[in-house]
Design a protein around this ligand. Structure first.
Ligand SMILES: Nc1ncnc2c1ncn2[C@@H]1O[C@H](COP(=O)(O)OP(=O)(O)OP(=O)(O)O)[C@@H](O)[C@H]1O
Length: 444
């Protein structure tokens, strides 16, 4: 009998050969084999969404590959990693009605915003998976899909990616992308010009309606009224709606209750800021696509200095590139420092591991020597792990360097601590808040 890892390695290879790289990375790469006691094979997946997708789409393939590659009759089971939100509601499809002819608005989509160019990390894994699922089964699975989170974290990117993917599958798909302000202006103009009928045709007969930054519907009674009817018609015809906002529907001021409740019918997923590793991956990805020659060290400096959002991260890279062109010098660490200097990122005292240790020690009221030492009491171990985690997030120090600053610990111990805290953050709201406060304190 094969063991779970051999079995999974083989199955993964078959999936890799059989699926597109994007699909593979999203669903298969994130799964882990937990046990194999024939015929029962238990896979751990990151979220309910992943579980749904495996059960719905990938299970037949999994069973087929196991049979053809290992002559094994598998009964797969899926377990969600850690605590996850409740199962999302799955809507029943509603019967379709005839659609008048409308123009395709796909040209309003940015060509660069595809699933291929989207780097998956902890903060956006769920949102990416939800967006992919929606693009594969629009109108039935998660309708509407509501993506929310801070500025510049990839909400618009994912929205456009859904549009591109649907058009790639069916070139006749009518996609409409607007910001909520454009929707409002369009409506106001249609009233002024007495062209309301055209306005309705434009929005109510598409296959996919993407409305960005819906929080600007706050206070706009007329727009909300119109949007309500647009939503109803699309929804009743099983047309997919995707909305983004910087916050949850019920947190948008003066949003009609009936809209709030409708926005919650489908699935709401948040996107959070990328961690250091994801920021580096995003930069590397962008540098490769744009053929910017930049060494890894330089990428790490940018990623560790710009930790607010992806838009600023991209801005910093563009700045470094412009600097290198102007000065006719290749990009290296010095050039990066110079280029970023005027962004005032460096005007603050440089963040050191020592500073992080001091702040963490005083925040948790533990002795600095103990924090760096070897004592195993929980009151010290947790702050120590947090300090290591923050050192990794906020400085560009390597794991061995962090280990050294904590009394000569091995780099695997540091990595373990960082993973542990990252995991706890997603399960423990209080801890997440403490760490957020600490970050602000440290960066002040
Ligand atoms: N995970 C990612 N991989 C690659 N690029 C990303 C990723 N996340 C964001 N970006 C890029 O960052 C930039 C900002 O993203 P986007 O415009 O989608 O943010 P947003 O969340 O919609 O922000 P806003 O709320 O300001 O509208 C875009 O150029 C986008 O391509």
């Amino acid at each position: 009998m094969v063991d779970k890892n051999t079995l999974w390695d083989g199955l993964k290879e078959s999936f890799r050969a059989n699926l597109s790289p994007v699909t593979f990375n999203t669903w298969v790469e994130s799964a882990l084999p937990l046990s194999y006691q024939p015929p029962r094979f238990v896979l751990q997946v990151p979220s309910q969404l992943h579980k749904d997708y495996w059960e719905r789409t990938l299970t037949p393939k999994l069973v087929e590959f196991a049979f053809s590659d290992f002559q094994a009759e598998l009964e797969p089971e899926y377990v969600i990693e850690g605590e996850q939100p409740a199962q999302p509601t799955v809507q029943e499809p509603v019967t379709d009605t005839a659609t008048p002819e409308v123009t395709n608005h796909a040209n309003s989509l940015n060509d660069k915003y595809t699933f291929d160019t989207f780097v998956i990390g902890k903060g956006n894994q769920m949102a990416n998976a939800a967006a992919m699922a929606v693009s594969e089964e629009p109108g039935t699975l998660y309708n509407p899909l509501f993506l929310y989170g801070g500025v510049g974290l990839g909400k618009t990117h994912l929205m456009h990616a859904i549009g591109h993917a649907m058009i790639a599958r069916n070139p006749n798909t009518n996609v409409m992308y607007v910001t909520s302000e454009e929707f409002t202006n369009d409506m106001v103009m249609s009233i002024r010009d007495k062209t309301q009928e055209q306005f309705r045709l434009k929005y109510r007969y598409v296959d996919l309606l993407l409305v960005d930054d819906i929080q600007f519907f706050a206070d706009k009674e007329g727009t909300q009224e119109e949007f309500f009817h647009t939503f109803e018609q699309l929804y009743n015809n099983s047309k997919q709606i995707v909305l983004t906002s910087d916050r949850l529907p019920n947190e948008i001021p003066k949003l009609q209750d009936r809209l709030v409740s409708r926005f919650k019918w489908g699935l709401s997923v948040d996107i959070t800021a990328p961690d250091l590793e994801t920021r580096i991956a995003i930069l590397r990805n962008k540098a490769e696509r744009e053929q910017i020659e930049i060494p890894d060290d330089a990428l790490e400096i940018i990623a560790s200095q710009v930790n607010s959002n992806v838009r600023e991260l991209e801005g910093a890279l563009a700045r470094v590139q412009a600097y290198s062109r102007l000065q006719k010098k290749p990009i290296d660490e010095d050039l990066v420092h110079n280029a970023l200097k005027s962004l005032n990122l460096e005007s603050k005292p440089t963040l050191t591991i020592e500073l992080i240790q001091q702040k963490v020690a005083s925040y948790f009221d533990v002795n600095l020597v103990d924090l760096k030492g070897k004592k195993r009491m929980k009151e010290i171990v947790v702050p120590r792990q947090i300090a290591m985690y923050l050192a990794r997030e906020l400085t560009n120090s390597s794991l061995p360097k962090i280990g050294k600053a904590f009394g000569g610990k091995d780099h695997t111990t540091v990595l373990h601590s960082c993973d542990k805290i990252a995991e706890s953050i997603s399960n423990d709201a209080k801890l997440a808040e403490n760490i957020q406060q600490l970050k602000i304190e440290i960066q002040r």
